[in-house]
Ligand binder design. Structure first.
Ligand code: ZN
Length: 131
């Protein structure tokens, strides 16, 4: 398993990590298989979506904030329950097929690290499996 660090600079932010993941796949030498991109944090997540128009990222984060507002009913003492809920909704792991030694991503798709309680230094694990 390979690991890299993602420094984030805002409380909520989507960071394109496609290049880092692609480099790990290339270094693995695996031609056919799966790459599992995994985030070991409870207030962050991994997703795949459009990396062409940056307004997709801002629309997503703004709308997610409306779907999961900070609530006075939250009991979690750390005060970041909205971040935990966003992490649960987005998911900690994304499996991506590998074909011809490359990630199978659509023309407009990128792999994103989702920060929901930054800024922090985060880790991303990538497990490449042959098969
Ligand atoms: Zn918490």
């Amino acid at each position: 398993m390979e690991t890299f660090t993602v420094p984030t600079s805002r409380r909520t932010e989507l960071v394109d990590i496609s290049r880092e993941v692609a480099a790990i796949v290339a270094e693995s030498g695996v031609r056919e298989g799966m790459a599992y991109v995994y985030c070991p944090h409870t207030t962050a997540a991994i997703t795949i979506n459009e990396n062409a128009d940056p307004t997709v990222k801002s629309d997503f984060l703004n709308h997610l904030a409306m779907l999961v507002p900070v609530s006075p009913e939250f009991r979690h003492a750390e005060g970041n329950s909205d971040s935990h809920i966003k992490s649960i909704l987005t998911g900690a792991c994304q499996p991506i097929p590998i074909a011809g030694g490359k990630l199978v991503l659509g023309t407009w798709q990128g792999v994103f690290f989702c920060e929901y309680d930054g800024p922090r230094r985060r880790r991303v694990h990538v497990k490449v499996l042959k098969g």
